[in-house]
Design a protein around this ligand. Structure first.
Ligand code: ZN
Length: 415
């Protein structure tokens, strides 16, 4: 055993042991005091356990000892009740052989029940945006120079985005991933469904084999093929997350079945159109603050976007492999700007198509908001759409003429 990492998620503690070869192992629990024993056949340990971040985990201490016959025994002292699972992972680009021990906390079901009853009680509900920070835990995502990990950038922008969404009347943001741990791609969709999200936004940062490409782009699912080589390349890279992050028994067959189900779902076409509409609004928003790598929405076969009944987009906020982008992506100022730009697009989309029963549908003309001018927009058409006069729109924004340019921000007054 060459190393060990610990990742804490809201309901699970994951220990990952690096191994120099494939091993057989077994685990069992002992009581009084509560322990988990891991026996690894024909192994030795070069690892120290004293520096591991075990606070907030059910594990109070870890030790190991050589057993007679050359096996290794690792013992975890447990401070609370868990249900353990274990599995091994084959080597990939990032790691060698790994043994994964998952310690699931004993059920905390009360929270989900509360969210649902709140939603029923609230007559005019909020629009819920599920914000999915890509990667996490074992899966760092794209790696940039100076130890920059995509997973950290994605989480920082996601947290910023949640703050901005929560401040907007009629909207609520929910983080799919709130810390440094891995969530399987399919489970991310399930979590968003459980949140009753109206939109799923997966936040990422890109990387490429050359440092040249830069800029932001937005992707949605394709049910046919990828719209470009870059989109295909990116989807393959993002879909390999499960192999790196560590998912038990993930096979290509499961992924094919998953796709087949999506293709058969009749609501998929309508959902895909909504996703494309959100994506183009978000691109408009991002085009104001960042270079765009692709001016149009790209499509490819992203596993995380396969929800037949929930519009879903994947935002690449820039290239970690590009020096200029990299510098920006780690700045909290830029992260805020990026989050703002994403939300401006999201908000535009929902203002144009307010969902029935939401606070926004009842009140959208009563709050001030920002509109980013897109290709072909005219002032009179924007005024009409938001039920204000051109004159009021001009004076509210201090405009001297009705000429507008793409990317310009307009404040829409509350009526
Ligand atoms: Zn990514």
């Amino acid at each position: 055993m060459d190393g060990v990492r610990v990742w804490r998620s809201p309901d699970n503690t994951r220990l990952v042991f690096d191994l120099s070869a494939a091993v057989d192992h077994r685990i069992f629990t002992l009581e009084n005091p509560s322990r988990l024993v891991i026996d690894i056949e024909d192994a030795t340990s070069k690892t120290r356990f004293d520096k591991l971040p075990l606070s907030n985990t059910p594990v109070s201490a870890i030790r190991s000892a050589a057993k007679k016959g050359g096996d290794l025994r690792v013992v975890l002292d447990l401070g609370s009740v868990v249900s353990p699972r274990s599995f091994t992972l084959k080597p990939n680009k990032q790691y060698g052989h790994r043994l994964v021990i998952d310690l699931y906390d004993k059920a905390k079901a009360a929270k989900t029940v509360k969210t649902i009853s709140d939603a029923v009680k609230n007559k005019e509900r909020d629009i819920v945006i599920a914000i999915d920070a890509g990667h996490g835990g074992e899966d760092p995502g794209a790696l940039g120079k100076r130890g920059i990990h995509e997973k950290h950038v994605a989480l920082a922008i996601s947290k910023e985005l949640k703050r901005i969404v929560d401040r907007a009347p009629g909207f609520r943001g929910e983080l799919v991933r709130s810390g440094d741990y891995y969530i399987p791609l399919k489970k991310r969709r399930d979590i968003a469904h459980r949140m009753r999200a109206d939109l799923f936004v997966s936040v990422h940062a890109n990387s490429f084999t050359s440092p040249k490409p830069r800029g932001a782009s937005v992707y949605v699912l394709s049910t046919k093929g990828a719209t470009s080589e870059m989109a295909r390349y990116l989807a393959r890279k993002e879909n390999s997350s499960d192999l790196i992050g560590g998912v038990e028994n993930v096979s290509l067959k499961d992924k094919d079945d998953d796709l087949a189900r999506v293709l058969l779902d009749l609501s998929m076409d309508a959902t895909l159109n909504s996703s494309l509409d959100v994506a183009s609004e978000v691109l408009k928003g991002m085009g104001r603050i960042s270079k765009l790598h692709q001016k149009n929405t790209e499509q490819a076969n992203f596993v995380v976007l396969r929800s037949p009944d929930m519009p879903s987009i994947l935002v690449e906020t820039g290239f970690i492999s590009n020096p200029s982008d990299r510098k920006l992506l780690v700045q909290s100022g830029f992260q805020k700007k990026m989050a703002n730009a994403i939300f401006t697009g999201v908000q535009s989309y929902f203002y144009k198509r307010p969902l029935e029963g939401t606070w926004l549908a009842a009140n959208r003309n009563k709050v001030e908001r920002t509109y980013v001018i897109g290709r072909g927009d005219t002032l009179s058409e924007i005024a009409q759409r938001h039920k204000v006069s051109v004159k009021r729109l001009m004076s509210y924004n201090g405009l001297k003429s009705s000429r507008i340019r793409m990317g310009q921000r307009l404040k829409i007054p509350a009526s």
